[in-house]
Design a protein around this ligand. Sequence first.
Ligand code: SF4
Ligand code: SF4
Length: 519
Amino acid sequence: MSTESISSRTDALHIQPPIQGPLRRHTHTYDLLRQCIHCGFCLPTCPTYAVLGVEMDSPRGRIYQMKAVADGKLAVDTNFIEHMNCCVGCRACETACPSGVQFGKLIEAAREQIQLEVPQEAAPPSALEQSSTALTPSLNRNPLPLTLLRRFFFEIMLPSRLMLTLIFGGLKIYQRSGLQMLVHRTGLLRFADSLPTPFKGKLSTPEALMANVQGEIIPRPLPERTPALGVQRYRVGMISGCIMDQVFHDINEATIRVLSTNGCEVITPQQQGCCGALHIHAGEADKGRELARHNIALFEQYDCDAIIINSAGCGSTLKEYDHLLRDDPDYAERAKIFSAKVKDISEFLMSIPLQKQPGELKQTVAYHDACHLLHGQKIKQPPRQLLQTIPGLQLVELKESDWCCGSAGIYNLTNQKMAQQLLERKMDHVIASGASVIAASNPGCMMQIAMGVRQRGVSIEVVHPVQLLDEAYQASGIYSYKASKRLTGKSFFIGLLIGLCVGLGLKALTHLSQRQEDI
Ligand code: SF4
Ligand code: SF4
C-alpha cells in the first residue's frame, strides 16, 4: 500500500487523534517522528521491506503511519497493527538514516499506543492473518487464551526468577529425561500442533528453539560478590538477565570469571529482576518502567563503576532507561546515571583493556552482529577485537553479518514465517563462511542460529564471544572450570510437577478457546 492510498483512504474519515499515549501531538515522540525527511535511504536495510516489498512495511512507511495516527488522519486499526507488529525491531534503519531518526523508540511508542487503544480479546483475525501464507500475524486482537498467555508471560513469568527457574527446570528435565525423544518418536508433538487451538501450527518452533538448554536443572545462584583476581581495578555490577540466566547460565559464569581475571570485583545482586526489554518491545511499557525502577534503585546501593551486561537486547534497553523514565520526576535523573554506567561486556573489556593474556584456541570463528548491539548500541568493533586477542583464533568474514537472523526478542515465536525466512538467509551465509564456530552477543540470536544449524544438519557450534575468551583463559592455565549437567531426584520431581501444571494450564486454555468458539 502506498502513502498516497493511505491519504486517500483516511481523508474521508473523521478520526480523533489520540488523547493519551506516546503517539499524541506535542510530545517527545512526536518530535522524533518529525525528524524523518522521507529520503528512503533506510529502505534497502530493512528486512521486512526486503521480504514483502511493501512501502508500509518499510521504516519510512511505518513512520508515515505513526505520524498519521498522531495527526488524527489514521486510526489504530487492523492494518496499522499488522504493519507495526511486522517490524522485527532490528533498528538497521537507524544506522542507515542520515537524519538521526531513532526508530527503536518510535516502534516501541507505536506498540505502546496499540496496547492502550485496542482491547485484547476483540475481533477475529483478518483475512491476511488467516491466510496460510501470512507472514505477519498480529500480536493483538488475540482470542482469550492468547491474551491469558500474554498476561502470564509478561506479568507472571518474566518478572519472577522463581517462575523462570521452575519453567526452564521443567524444560531441561523434559529434554534430558528422554521425554522429548518420546514425544518426537510417537508424533505427539505433531498431533498437539495440529489440534484446533489458538496455538495450532505454532508449537514446533518454540520446541525447536529451546533444544539442548544448557547447564544445571536448577542453576546455582550466581555469587553475590566475586572478588577480583589480583589487584582490584574496578567494582562492576552484573546484570544476569532472565532468559540468559536460565538458558545460558554458563555464559554468565564465564562473564564473571573473565571480569574477575581482569581486576574487577563483580557484584551480582540476587534481587535484580528482568530488565523489561521484552515488555517494552511488545508495548508493555508500564510494566517495563516498573522493572526499570526496581533495577535502578537496587544497583544504586552498590556504587559500581560500571554495570555489565552480556545480552545485546537487554543492554540496549538498559542504556535507554533514561528515555523510558524521562517523565518520571523521581527517576529521570537517576535513570540517566544508571544508563551511563551500562556497558556491554565486550565494550567494557576492550576499554579497560585486558590484563591477562589468553591462551591459544585454534578455531575458525565468524561473528554475527546482534541487531541490538550493532544498531541499538552502535557497537561493532569491540566484540571482534575481543576475539582477535585470542592467539590461534581465525576470524573469518560473515557476509551480511549485520542482517537480522529473525530472532528479535519473541518475534520468532509470534511471526514464525517471516522469522524463518530471515533465518534461511542468515544460514546461507553462515555455511558459506566456512566457520566451525559462530559467535553472537545475544541469547536470542544464539538460539535462533543454533536452530538453523540443526535444521540444516551442519556441524557448527554457536557461542558467545566471552565464552571463547573464558576458554582461552582456561587454555592458558589461569583457571579451570567444569560445567555440570546433573539430574538429581529432587529436580526431577520438581520438573514432573511443573510438567503437570503446564499440561493442566494448556488444557484450561484449550477449554476456554473451545467455549469462545462455541459462543
Ligand atoms: S527496525 Fe528493522 S524491520 Fe523495523 S523498520 Fe527498521 S529496519 Fe525495518
Ligand atoms: S533514512 Fe531516516 S529520514 Fe530517510 S526515510 Fe528512513 S527514517 Fe526517514
